[in-house]
Design a protein. Structure first.
Ligand SMILES: [Zn+2]
Length: 67
């Protein structure tokens, strides 16, 4: 998906939307990017940049989401 081709239907009509918050701790988050196929509707979500990924919580942590 990140390369612009849908993994389900091979369409190249991919829309990127900054979307869901991935919480780092109780007050800050990085935004995941949704890659949406306009042909079949498949949605894939990525934390795209290395900087954003480096800010994520440690592997053994588990933060609840705030609603
Ligand atoms: Zn598709």
């Amino acid at each position: 998906m990140k390369n612009g081709t849908c993994i389900k239907c091979q369409s190249e009509k991919i829309v990127k939307v900054k979307g869901r918050a991935v919480w780092k701790d109780w007050r800050s988050y990085v935004k995941a990017t949704s890659f949406i196929c306009k042909e079949c509707g498949y949605v894939e979500e990525w934390v795209v940049t290395e900087k954003e990924r480096s800010e994520l919580p440690k592997e053994d942590s588990l933060y609840d989401t705030i609603t």
